[in-house]
Design a protein around this ligand. Sequence first.
Ligand SMILES: [Zn+2]
Length: 114
Amino acid sequence: MCNHNTLMTREHLFFRCPFALSCWHYICPGFLPSDLVHQNFKRLKDEIHKPFHMEITTMILWSIWKCRNEFIFSGTVPSLYRCRNIFKEEIFLVFHRAKRKSYVAFKPWIDRFR
Ligand SMILES: [Zn+2]
């Protein structure tokens, strides 16, 4: 997906690739990726600082993965715009399915992206 001559590891694809990093910075401007996946999840949890951080993290990972697949199978150039659109579509569906009382702060957070 990028021009770097890098081994396509999960750490690179999901966290260290410039494209992936731009997607993370959309949600977490202060996120600094580590070489360890578990450390990245911990840093994202601390950075997002919401009870629904795992839903956000999962949807960003899913959006990056979908952009990667569109690039490989359709030749679509990955873009932050496309990743954001996938994220918004998916996170709205998560909110729609969520039990509302356990996601009190989710609605104001998600409204920031409309
Ligand atoms: Zn890359």
